[in-house]
Design a protein around this ligand. Structure first.
Ligand SMILES: NC(=O)c1ccc[n+]([C@@H]2O[C@H](COP(=O)([O-])OP(=O)(O)OC[C@H]3O[C@@H](n4cnc5c(N)ncnc54)[C@H](OP(=O)(O)O)[C@@H]3O)[C@@H](O)[C@H]2O)c1
Length: 316
């Protein structure tokens, strides 16, 4: 941990006192350099923050007031300092109001996986009500959100997951199948319109087996993975296989996704399944455990206690 000055908001920035951040796989990619993005040292790691507005630049004062409860999911890359600090500056276009009645800790846990899931389903996957979707890895953070959001969008949801996750997935309205079980149309009760692989299995041969003509496959996990692509079956079926990373989403796309996630949290009860809360000095260990594949669920980082009296603009 390092003491650094409280950041000073630029004209378009909002200064946020961070209550909760989170630890994501992508934070380990940024920290290790396995994914390269512009950053300056000393660099603060972390995508997501939930906290309270305590100041704003001149052009951001109309958008947010001191004391507003807010969240963001796109810090810590592309030249922006990260979220795991007591105070962060957030461009106002990347900051959203916390929905009423939602636990800030839950929102910190959902911010990255749920926005990822919504963009994968809706933006890359073109999901529409009445379609059938297969979520590969419904027991993970992204997969769990994808199951919920697809169901809330009116899709029929099938998902692969470990047996211990099946009851929760059934309760969320999905039909679970065991991870690694053979995928075929008879088992799935018909072809699917969309496959979202949130587990990094990237088994394109199986996905094409169960995809309807002109269906879509969204790949978003498995940084170092390679996959066999049955080219003939791909072009004969007219299917689309597309990659997706939230890191390339624009501020506008993220804002739309954030609205859908906030709506799902407030109206259709989307919540994280497993949350472990650690203090700031637990982050290095959380990165180590995430890289070793030892983390189940989401690690949330508690940064500060709730503010009882918000401080003055720019003077924390
Ligand atoms: N492209 C992007 O923008 C983006 C954004 C966010 C995350 N990601 C990537 O997406 C992947 C998933 O992220 P995540 O946060 O959802 O990871 P995660 O929670 O660790 O889940 C990953 C997978 O681990 C397995 N798993 C989950 N819970 C389990 C349990 N209780 N017991 C045993 N296995 C379990 C599941 O796969 P199986 O059951 O199939 O083994 C699950 O899909 C990561 O590779 C991450 O880097 C990509």
């Amino acid at each position: 941990m390092l003491d650094v000055p409280v950041p000073v908001p630029g004209p378009d920035d909002v200064l946020v006192r961070v209550r909760y951040g989170s630890v994501n796989h992508v934070d380990t990619f940024v920290r290790s350099g396995s994914w390269s993005t512009p950053l300056a040292f000393p660099f603060v790691v972390g995508r997501d923050a939930v906290g309270t507005v305590v100041g704003a630049g001149a052009a951001a004062r109309d958008a947010f007031a001191d004391g507003d409860e807010v969240w963001t999911n796109s810090l810590g890359h592309d030249g922006r300092d990260g979220a795991l600090a007591e105070y962060v500056c957030v461009p106002r276009a990347r900051l959203y109001a916390v929905p009423v009645g939602v636990e800030p800790c839950d929102l910190a846990a959902l911010a990255h996986p749920a926005v990822t899931a919504w963009l994968a389903l809706a933006d890359r996957g073109h999901l529409r009500a009445g379609q059938r979707v297969l979520v590969v890895g419904g027991g993970g953070n992204v997969g769990w959100s994808a199951v919920h959001l697809a169901g809330a969008a009116g899709a029929t949801v099938l998902t692969t997951a470990r047996p211990q996750d099946h009851d929760d997935l059934r309760a969320a309205g999905a039909t679970p199948l065991a991870t690694g079980s053979p995928l075929d149309v008879a088992v799935l009760g018909g072809p699917v319109d969309l496959v979202v692989d949130a587990a990094g299995h990237n088994d394109l041969e199986s996905y094409l087996d169960v995809l309807r003509p002109d269906g879509r496959v969204v790949l978003l996990a498995g940084m170092a993975a390679s996959a066999r692509l049955p080219v003939g079956r791909l072009y004969l079926s007219g299917a689309t296989v597309t990659g997706f990373t939230i890191s390339r989403a624009s501020a506008e796309e993220l804002a739309v996704a954030a609205r859908h996630v906030a709506d799902a949290v407030a109206r259709t009860g989307l919540r994280p399944r497993r949350v472990t809360v650690v203090p700031l000095d637990g982050v290095a260990d959380a990165h180590r455990r995430l890289e070793a594949g030892e983390v189940r669920g989401k690690v949330v980082v508690a940064l500060t206690a709730p503010s009882t009296s918000p401080r003055g603009k720019g003077t924390p």
